[in-house]
Design a protein around this ligand. Structure first.
Ligand code: AMP
Length: 475
């Protein structure tokens, strides 16, 4: 199948051709025709599969085919997404695909002043991409009217539930016209999502991209046993000795991520952190630098990194093992994408051994144990000296550190006792639109689900089973 067979409006075909897309990805082949026909769609797919275009193109086609005057503070299409980054990414896709249409796209999320968003919504827009909390704030302020929405997308629905957005979603859908087209996309289909789908979708066409098992199979995985205090020396050494083109280093906590960035700087290794305590401008800068290749090392917490479309990562370092074993699969699924190879190296401290066992049980294989570098003692000594000589590498005073230390990090406790260390559940949710700057909403309470792998190589199937099942593939 090629895009011309989908008979999309001419401005869309032109924009797609310019972007260099020639064949629709499997999720696009499956979802676009029923969506164009006006059906509701339940899509099981994740970032990296081309799912944004799978819902954006039919929506834009309908907007192009049925032009209407914009109504003040209203929108015709509404896309809800769990995080600021994902919302921005989706809005950018609408803008790119709709560049030859007279299209007005707005994106709203928390953590930034609301005034500019109110002004953007005032004349009315065609497409509004929003995180749920900020959207409700805007509705409550009388700056947004959802009564004219014709098309609704709930994107990364499982993550929205994980982040405790269920009540917001219910409130928002209660404000929408009953007569509308609804598309729900989720990487997994746990019972809570099935229930949502039953409630909000009418005779949906179910489309799914089968996990591309090869994604994770192509990742060469290993573990190095090392004490927590010596991890930085090891990481700094691996970053220069391994053939690292670009890498994501995962930590469990926001402050852990900041500390790694500071201490790498003492080794003259430039890294940027991405997590929920960073301002929007800092997060955008970090991601842009990483995408352009200016920054080779991105230090991230799990939730901040989810849903992001970051191509060409050669290495994943699990600087701290995740509390939830499925998260390991998500992390390493960020390498070996689009036919490339990738490496994933876990740095396992003695108190993380139980987590390693959980991971190995989940992926049904034992990680190869890699030895410490031969001159490791010298490296540890050197690292200690460099950090001591660099005042910037020291931890900031306690009061500047915020709260996540108390919820995670390495304190010698059984790390499994520290669930949701990087912001879910307890306080502000990392990466989420922290209501959107601090107070957490009630946590979703659901453990992280195993996500299937992505990539356009996945086969299409009619249906996939319950996402609670642990899947060895990742995204
Ligand atoms: P998504 O899963 O929507 O985040 O998309 C993943 C990436 O694939 C994005 O960089 C898109 O620009 C790209 N993409 C989407 N559809 C296609 C296609 N049909 N052909 C080539 N690239 C695509």
């Amino acid at each position: 199948m090629n895009f011309s067979e989908l008979a999309l409006a001419e401005p869309l075909s032109r924009a797609i051709a310019e972007k260099g897309y020639d064949t629709p990805s499997p999720i696009q082949q499956a979802a676009i025709p029923p969506a164009l026909a006006g059906n509701d769609v339940l899509g099981l797919a994740q970032t990296g599969t081309g799912k944004t275009a799978a819902f954006a193109l039919p929506m834009l086609h309908r907007l192009a085919a049925t032009p209407k005057h914009r109504l003040k503070i209203s929108t015709r299409a509404l896309v809800l997404a769990p995080t600021r980054e994902l919302a921005s990414q989706i809005a950018a896709s609408f803008q790119a695909y709709g560049r030859y249409m007279k299209l007005s796209v707005a994106v709203v999320f928390g953590g930034v002043p609301i005034g500019r968003q109110e002004r953007a919504l005032f004349p009315g827009v065609d497409v509004l991409v929003a995180t749920p909390g900020r959207l409700l704030d805007l509705v409550m302020k009388g700056s947004c009217d959802l009564g004219h929405v014709e098309m609704l997308v709930l994107d990364e629905c499982d993550q929205m539930l994980d982040l405790g957005f269920i009540h917001d979603l219910k409130r928002i859908t209660g404000l929408l016209p009953k007569q509308r087209q609804t598309m729900l996309f989720s990487a997994t289909l746990p019972p809570a999502i099935e229930e949502l789908a039953q409630r909000y979708l009418r005779n949906p066409v179910k489309v799914a991209v089968q996990p591309a098992a090869t994604t994770v199979e192509r990742v060469v995985q290993s573990v190095i046993h090392v004490s927590q205090t010596e991890k930085l020396a090891l990481l700094a050494n691996l970053l220069v000795s391994e053939d690292v083109a670009s890498t994501i280093v995962f930590t469990r906590t926001k402050h852990g991520a900041d500390r790694v960035v500071r201490q790498l700087a003492a080794h003259k290794i430039t890294a940027e952190a991405i997590h929920g305590n960073r301002s929007q401008a800092q997060r955008t800068r970090a991601l842009t630098g990483f995408r352009t290749g200016e920054v080779k090392v991105l230090v991230a917490t799990d939730i901040a990194a989810r849903g992001l479309d970051i191509p060409a990562v050669s290495h994943i370092f699990n600087y701290e093992l995740p509390n939830v074993p499925e998260q390991y699969v998500h992390r390493i699924g960020r390498t070996a994408r689009a036919g490339r190879d990738g490496r994933a190296i876990a740095l396992c401290a003695p108190d993380e051994r139980p987590l390693l066992k959980d991971i190995e049980r989940t992926i049904r294989m034992q990680l190869d144990v890699q030895a410490l570098p031969p001159n490791f003692r010298d490296l540890v000594g050197l690292t200690a000296k460099l950090i001591k000589a660099s005042p910037a590498a020291a931890d900031p005073p306690r009061e500047e550190r915020g709260s996540d230390r108390s919820r995670g990090g390495h304190s010698g406790r059984d790390p499994r006792a520290v669930v949701h260390a990087d912001g879910r559940g307890g306080g502000g949710r990392d990466g989420a639109p922290r209501r959107e700057g601090g107070q957490g909403r009630p946590g979703g309470g659901r453990p992280q689900q195993g996500r299937p792998g992505g990539g356009f190589g996945g086969q299409r199937t009619g249906q996939r089973d319950n996402g609670n099942r642990r899947s060895p593939a990742g995204r």
